[in-house]
Design a protein. Structure first.
Lengths: 223, 223
């Protein structure tokens, strides 16, 4: 079993699939063509996570800030997100989409997956997908809540992404060493691993190397 | 000038001075003796930052979670924080201490610096010091606020650490690649650099290497 390769597997992995545009440019495509080449890597990773028994994964789709890019790019990454979900609907996963759906850029096809987990097939893994997400929007949700008592007790329970659990390991492709607004509450104790290659150049070894590094790291959760 | 070594200097640097206990053990000291060896490195770094024109730096002192450690360790890191501030009071800096002062572990000597910036000497740099800090305490402050209108408009303006600006570069000593609750709001776009050596083994080259890496990184702030 692949599972026996590792002594410790993260329960929840965050994925920042960056570098699609840089990949496109370096392969003589138009920038926006990078996004469609970012779909299949996600499913290769999905298969590897199933084999290893990872219970939850969150993919950074796009942010509200990202939609300030050119219209042709915005259309391309929105389409890639919709296409990815349509493929996932034929697999075995429980999908939860989190993002600001009260916006014209939010794809209508994904409305039915927002804020409630939908089960596909045998539901072998929880997949969270951040679509038109924004960290301020996420945290401000707690203020918009009417449940005053709950807010005083537990911030985490009041944010928009409260159904997404704490992230153990964040892997970012594309070389940049920053979170770029990815789930600030769930990431406070996350181990952070950076792959230099662009996301469309995903391969199994990058992921395994991240997991090998992760299992050498201790877990203190701030203690 | 040292300043000419770099093409781009971060305005605000976050410092996570980790590895004091591991340094102590590897040098045949008791664990708690590591903290006192973490004071002078901070002043070496302070001098380098002054030379380079860094405008603001935030040091991660200790967290509310840290105080669950043994009493002898807690006393040692609290004392190191107080000693550091007493040395800084004779330098040229504007000090702001942020942390939960409504606790018996919060050092009385630092009460006068909490939540208001105090000017020392020529005030050449803003130094923030997180003392008995906790990320949930920081963010929950927004809920405790009575300014309902402000809360709806701007989360950042309502947190306990609202007078600490966005962090451009976070440097963590001691090899761990995680934020461990360091200013989650100000860190959403921060570049993150890890030094493998323990904090008491600080040297100038580690810092310069971090700055050399930083100037190769682009700034997008989520765009």
């Amino acid at each position: 079993m692949e599972k026996n390769l590792f002594t410790r597997i993260p329960n929840h992995i965050g994925i920042i699939p960056d570098g699609n545009r840089r990949w496109a440019e370096s392969n003589n495509y138009e920038k926006q063509q990078g996004y469609e080449h970012g779909i299949m890597p996600g499913f290769e990773l999905y298969e590897l996570m199933l084999q290893l028994g990872v219970k939850e994964a969150t993919f950074y789709g796009f942010t509200m800030d990202n939609t300030k890019r050119t219209s042709v790019q915005t259309k391309a990454f929105v389409k890639a997100c919709v296409d990815a979900v349509e493929i996932l609907a034929n697999r075995d996963a429980n999908l939860l989409v989190i993002g600001n759906e009260n916006s014209t850029v939010f794809p209508k096809q994904l409305i039915k997956y927002v804020n409630k987990r939908v089960h596909f097939g045998h539901g072998l893994i929880n997949i969270n997908f951040l679509v038109n997400y924004d960290w301020q929007w996420d945290l401000n949700h707690a203020y918009r809540s009417n449940n005053e008592e709950q807010k005083k007790i537990d911030l985490y329970a009041s944010i928009a992404s409260c159904d997404i659990s704490r992230v153990d390991l964040i892997i970012r492709w594309g070389g940049r060493r920053r979170l770029s607004g990815f789930l600030p509450i769930q990431s406070v104790y996350s181990d952070f691993y950076v792959v230099e290659d662009y996301w469309p150049d995903f391969n199994k070894d990058q992921f395994y190397e991240a997991l090998r590094w992760y299992q050498t790291s201790d877990v203190t959760l701030g203690g």
